[in-house]
Design a protein around this ligand. Structure first.
Ligand SMILES: [Zn+2]
Length: 104
């Protein structure tokens, strides 16, 4: 199962559609068309215009895109926080936005 996730890629289109696909199914033909920005790719009986594709991303990358869109932010350790909190510049505590830190 872990292997499946690791090999999963997500094709993101300009309209925001997300198409999960195993990396090994992204054929040379797909990559060539993407390079040339011309043609359609065929996935599970559906045809997608290559011009509408933004790119092919790992699930973590797409997750980060979603979080940033929601206003979440990431610290230097990769930990995500909601838009409603910020870090105290004095002690580094995470505090609600608009509030001051109790320590400093
Ligand atoms: Zn503080």
């Amino acid at each position: 199962m872990k292997n499946v996730t690791k090999n999963l890629r997500i094709i993101v289109t300009r309209s925001g559609m997300e198409i999960p696909i195993e990396n090994e199914r992204l054929t040379l033909e797909y990559r060539k068309k993407l390079d040339q920005m011309q043609g359609f790719i065929h996935i599970d009986g559906e045809d997608i215009n290559i011009k509408d594709i933004v790119g092919t991303f790992k699930p973590d990358t797409v997750d980060a895109m979603h979080r940033r869109k929601r206003g979440e932010w990431q610290d230097e350790n990769g930990q995500w926080y909601s838009r409603d909190v910020h870090r105290c510049p004095g002690c580094g505590n995470i505090i609600p936005k608009g509030k001051v830190c109790g320590n400093c």
